[in-house]
Write a protein that binds this ligand. Structure first.
Ligand code: MGD
Ligand code: MGD
Ligand code: SF4
Ligand code: MO
Length: 891
């Protein structure tokens, strides 16, 4: 633990556990209350944080944590669980061969955890059947960068965003997914009026708030756009001859294929669904501004041709020499907090540790020697989607899942669930007791998590930072590296895994990175081979490579024009744009695009616990264009059945022209813990990129149909209830309450009895208010205990139900006044002004109606004015795009 005491308050400097921005944060503990703020000294965020970071303290309680190892649902001592895992893994190896066991791990592990897992699998168990959720996220970037640069290197720094004149954001909703980078760009625009921003995304997202140009490109057509740009740059003489002559291979063939495949600007415009003027403006801007950074993320990576798409972008930077200099480069945003660290330790099944190659015999020898291991894997293992297929094919008999929730996050999810259920021996190591994956595990292992664990992470700009613990893990939870090492010990490798601390592991890893390196491999952190306790404790966030020659790390790669290919030159890669693997059909006419929302993290195991974060968007939904809604008879707020060849889910309709006609969008977050049937992955096709194996999460053909229910309703309760028997339910954590949206196929005979059953409200001495209109089939009831609202239920045969916000706010009150009681069952306050509306600013809990009212009555005309009047938007700034939209709405 690293705790400093200042004015009696304990302070810990650590790193946020969410996105790949990797913000430094300071946690303070005053008596028993934790507070979180941005660390002004951390170079990646300079004190800023976003709504998720700001709400981290809400996730620190022990509710829902896994506390004890379990075998088939029975709590057992650690030793029994470890023994069983070692035995069952050994049994599989002996009986079915060493390829019959596997691990599936996560970009949210710390570098030390990740290193130890890889060492165990690739060196001691002796196969490369260890893959990670980074396969779903970063693997196409790895493949594309290796093709272009000879190494998986991200050339840029965040600082380049402040030193550039054009930022092209492709397939990234930066405002919601990398919010602090978005804040840096917004500030950079203020400081440099010459800085322009182009957003390329089929949807109009919150990120468009800072866009000078938004190109709402047709799904998947980005390589056509970038091939067109490549030919345009060449035509305009924007080729950097000095650079391409000396530093680039593959120019001619790449140009040739770009000319052939993309045609003239008219054709590019047609294919991309954009106007000729839009394309010309974008191309001219790129050509004119020498300093260009292209930021990209999952709208590019998660595709059946993601690797090519990334190379199409890199090609433009190589041709124009816009790389290796301040303010320039193709910049991949990493998703998870340690997506980059995972690649450093060789977390993918086709990598070897420290950016070495499985196919390279001398690399294998070097790693094996460093590990003193009996084996070294010499061929790639199963990539994520194949791994679950291999379980169904009975090739994998035992699987150990650590720090990821594949029962929610994998594509073709019904099949993955089938595989998890089919697996003869499934170990799940997680910090939470109930997830869709732990529910299927034979052995469950409690892991410590953020706040309790110590180690290293690397962010999008190659910056290593420390996560530091500041509280004890609950129950018997242990750090991941410890658990893996203990199992290794039980398998007979005690002396090679007898680590005492993460520092010991980190030093071993750092030493390996420098071994016979001499500048031949990009990843080198050998300066840390001798790091001592104090150095590790006081570790200053630093960008790799960091060696005795580069003591302060490295801001930018390729400054000398040398790359890590055999020739030392970068490679341009000819890209022939491919269609999606599964185009839309008559039966499935709409494209399903899926991704993220502002305030939830992945499968919600932690952010779902925070009322602050759960009020922004409270229910699983599908975004549908008004024309499509009309075409398929879907009305706003309807429940919708969404079907694909792979599965079906039921979610709420959100009708919006922010998604283009022909496309629907669904968030990836909801799962069986929070909704009856809303796992987006159940719909997603299993298609993947041929080079990287990364799945196509952004394009699955689907159909939509209104889901007719005989009644709809909602229920608010101070106690968590079990509504799993309802036909439709969606759970959401509010302040002092649980909110359930419900709907049913059959109308109950006796509503009063049914409501009491749902609310578990059978006690006598509570006051029970009820309203029932049998002819209109409307039922409403509230349960008052003492003077405070304990629960309420509202049922209707249609979607005409009162707004939930005012009722939810009543749960904040210790006692209701007479007026509130009188209006309670109408679901509306006596006066309109009393309803704050849906949450917009998560930090200060400011609602939509409050903001709209203040804009109108106090004549607020800017973000600053709203901030001064209501505080909204003044802490993390994540809601600024929505405040802008509200300002525009009133005008
Ligand atoms: N709030 C929040 N932030 C997160 C996460 C989270 O769960 N919640 N997760 C983190 C992780 S692991 C990751 S990987 C990142 C992901 O960060 P992002 O990649 O920014 O997030 P997504 O919402 O998956 O997708 C980005 C955008 O791609 C667009 N898109 C879809 N198809 C296309 C296309 O054909 N072309 C183009 N140009 N765009 C397209 C989508 O409309 C979407 O707006 O976020 C990280 N940050
Ligand atoms: N439809 C759709 N699906 C997607 C995507 C998409 O865009 N659309 N994106 C994909 C991408 S990019 C990603 S990265 C994945 C993410 O998907 P997952 O990795 O499956 O999602 P998480 O919810 O982050 O899962 C992390 C798990 O680790 C647990 N955990 C937290 N801390 C610790 C710890 O310290 N130790 C251990 N052992 N466990 C811990 C959490 O409780 C949780 O169960 O989803 C992918 N799936
Ligand atoms: S941008 Fe937000 S979620 Fe990402 S690291 Fe920073 S505070 Fe955490
Ligand atoms: Mo990701």
């Amino acid at each position: 633990m690293s705790i400093k005491v200042e004015n009696e308050v304990e302070l810990t400097k650590t790193t946020c556990p969410y996105c790949g921005v990797g913000c430094g944060i300071v946690v303070s503990k005053d008596q028993n209350e934790y507070k979180v703020r941005g660390n002004p000294d951390h170079p990646s965020n300079l004190g800023r944080i976003c709504s998720k970071g700001a709400a981290l303290a809400d996730t620190l309680d022990d509710e829902g944590r896994m506390l004890q190892p379990q075998i088939n649902g029975m709590e057992v001592p650690w030793d029994d669980a470890l023994e069983l895992i070692a035995q069952r893994f050994q049994y599989s190896i002996d009986k079915f061969g060493r390829d019959s066991v596997a691990m599936y791990v996560s970009g949210q592990l710390l570098t030390e955890d990740y290193y130890v897992a890889n060492k165990l699998m690739k060196g001691f168990i002796g196969n490369a059947n260890i893959d990670t959720n980074s396969r779903l996220c970063m693997s196409s970037v790895v493949a594309a960068q290796k093709r272009a640069y000879g190494s998986d290197s991200v050339p840029c720094s965040y600082e380049d965003l402040e030193r550039t004149n054009l930022i092209v954001i492709v397939g990234s909703n930066t405002a919601w997914c990398h919010p602090v980078i978005f804040q840096r760009i917004r500030q950079a625009k203020k400081d440099n009026p010459g800085l322009q921003v182009v957003i390329i995304d089929p949807r109009k997202t919150a990120s468009c708030d800072i866009a000078d140009i938004h190109l709402a490109i047709n799904s998947g057509k980005d390589p056509v756009l970038f091939n067109g740009l490549l030919s345009y740059l060449n035509d305009q003489g924007e080729i950097n001859k000095l650079f391409t002559d000396n530093c680039v291979d593959g120019l001619e063939s790449t140009l040739e294929s770009a000319y052939e495949s993309s045609g003239d600007i008219d054709e590019v415009a047609k294919i991309c669904g954009l106007s000729k003027e839009q394309i010309e403006d974008f191309y001219a801007l790129f050509a004119r501004k020498e300093k260009v950074v292209t930021l990209f993320s999952q709208g590019i990576n998660q595709s059946s041709s993601g690797t090519d798409k990334i190379n199409a972008i890199i090609n433009c930077h190589l041709l124009s020499g816009r790389i290796g200099r301040p303010g320039m480069g193709a910049f991949s945003l990493t998703g998870q907090p340690n997506a980059m660290g995972g690649r450093e330790v060789g977390g993918l099944c086709n990598q070897l540790t420290a950016h070495m190659d499985l196919e390279n015999a001398s690399h294998r020898e070097l790693v094996q020697q460093h590990w003193q291991s009996p084996f070294i894997a010499d061929k790639a293992g199963y990539k994520a989607v194949d791994l679950f297929d291999a379980i169904l094919d009975d090739k994998i008999k035992a699987l150990w899942v650590i720090g990821t929730n594949p029962a929610v996050s994998m594509p073709d999810n019904n099949r993955v669930r089938e595989a998890l259920s089919h697996c003869e021996f499934l170990v799940v190591q997680d910090c939470m007791q109930s997830t869709d994956t732990t529910d299927l595990g034979h052995v469950l292992l409690p892991a410590s998590t953020w706040g309790e664990r110590d180690g290293m992470v690397t962010n999008s700009e190659r910056r290593l930072s420390r996560q530091r613990s500041f509280r004890d893990a609950p129950g018997e939870a242990l750090p991941d590296w410890k658990v893996i090492s203990l199992v290794a010990g039980k398998m007979g490798f005690e002396s090679e895994f007898n680590y005492e601390s993460p520092l010991e592991i980190f030093k071993e890893f750092a030493a390996l990175s420098g071994k016979e390196n001499n500048g031949t491999r990009d990843f080198d952190i050998s300066l840390y081979s001798d790091l001592d306790e104090k150095g590790y404790e006081q570790f200053i966030p630093t960008q790799w490579p960091v060696t005795f020659n580069q003591l302060n790390g490295t801001k930018r790669l390729f400054e000398n024009g040398r790359f890590f290919t055999d020739s030392g030159k970068a490679r341009m890669i000819p890209v022939i744009p491919q269609g999606p693997a599964n185009p839309v059909t008559e039966q499935y006419p709409l494209i399903l695009n899926s991704g993220r929302i502002r305030d939830q993290w992945h499968t919600m195991t932690r952010t779902g616990k925070s009322p602050k974060l759960s009020t922004h968007i409270s229910e699983a939904y599908i975004q549908i264009h008004p024309e499509d809604a009309g075409k398929y008879n879907i009305v706003a707020e309807n429940l919708v059945n969404v079907s694909s060849r792979w599965g079906e889910v039921t979610v709420r309709a959100c009708i919006s022209d922010e998604v283009p006609e022909g496309m629907v969008f669904m968030p990836m977050h909801w799962n069986d813990q929070y909704a009856s049937n809303a796992v987006t992955g159940k719909l997603v096709n299993p298609d993947r990129d041929p080079y990287s194996g990364q799945p196509e999460f952004k394009h699955t053909p689907v159909s939509i149909k209104a889901a007719k229910k005989s009644w709809y309703g909602f229920l608010l309760s101070r106690r968590q209830l079990d509504l799993s028997t309802q036909d439709y339910w969606n759970l959401n954590k509010g302040h002092h309450l649980w909110r359930y949206e419900i709907a049913g196929n059959d109308t109950p005979d006796n509503w009063a009895e049914n409501a009491r059953n749902l609310l578990c409200a059978h006690e006598e001495n509570v006051s029970w208010m009820e309203y029932f209109d049998p002819s209109a089939k409307r039922y409403r009831a509230a349960r008052i205990v003492g003077e405070s609202l304990e629960s309420c239920i509202f049922i209707s045969p249609d979607q005409h139900l009162p707004n939930r916000d005012w009722l939810m706010a009543l749960f904040d009150k210790q006692s209701l006044n007479d007026k509130e009681k009188a209006f309670l069952l109408s679901g509306r306050p006596g006066e309109a002004g009393d309803d704050a509306g849906a949450s917009v600013c998560a930090c200060f809990g400011v609602g939509r109606n409050t903001i709209l009212k203040a804009i109108k009555e106090d004549k607020l005309d800017s973000i600053d004015a709203i901030g001064k009047a209501l505080q909204a938007g003044t802490n993390c700034g994540s809601c600024i795009p929505e405040l802008t939209a509200l300002l525009n709405e009133k005008s």
